[in-house]
Design a protein around this ligand. Sequence first.
Ligand code: ATP
Length: 215
Amino acid sequence: MKTIALFGGTFNPVHFGHLRMALELKELLELDEMRLLPSRQPAHRAEPGASAQARRDMVALAVENCPQLQLDERELNREGPTYTVDTLEELRQELGNNVSLSFCMGLDSLLGLPAWHRWEKLTELAHLIVVTRPGWQIPQGGEVAELLAQHRGEPEHLRSEAAGRILLREQTLLPISATGVRKLIRSGRSAQYLLPERVYEYIQAHRLYQRREQL
Ligand code: ATP
């Protein structure tokens, strides 16, 4: 079965932490496609730092020379609030039921999953690839522990089943955050070598993240 994974985020801006994680997951899990999925900002909040268009452009530049990674801009084109479950439903309709779909998230997101819109539907539509960091504990009780007990899977399930498994992966995170990048730029310091050169040039050309209200 064809395997497609989504790596969501605000990517404000995209940096080497995101890109290495997406690339490593794709290679280690032998996935056919890994798509970066920039999310819309909640409509009631001012967009911090960069417009949706700029965040999209930066991801496009970041993956331009990387055939293993793709940009999926569907959430930016959709009006109204962004819910992951809607995105997965749309993809299911597009791809049919004979494609394996996975959504990547950190363990912190998994722990907060019961607050997500129609969260119980997520594992009907896709697998969840959960990246754990050393020091995090898997919950021993509660809704998330039950979900894990029911759905825990292994890498081979990603190719043999279309959805429904939760895979835990311990993976090294580069110590880079978009907040850190924005703060460096705001304080007049260099963010070079934390993100692709072309993305850094784009930030400079468009004077992103330079004013306090852009943080
Ligand atoms: P911010 O600092 O603005 O919160 P961020 O750098 O954490 O941003 P997001 O766009 O919020 O980036 O994150 C998108 C996804 O990338 C999330 O799943 C997040 O867990 C993951 N991620 C963030 N930083 C790293 C990193 N250094 N290495 C690997 N994955 C990361």
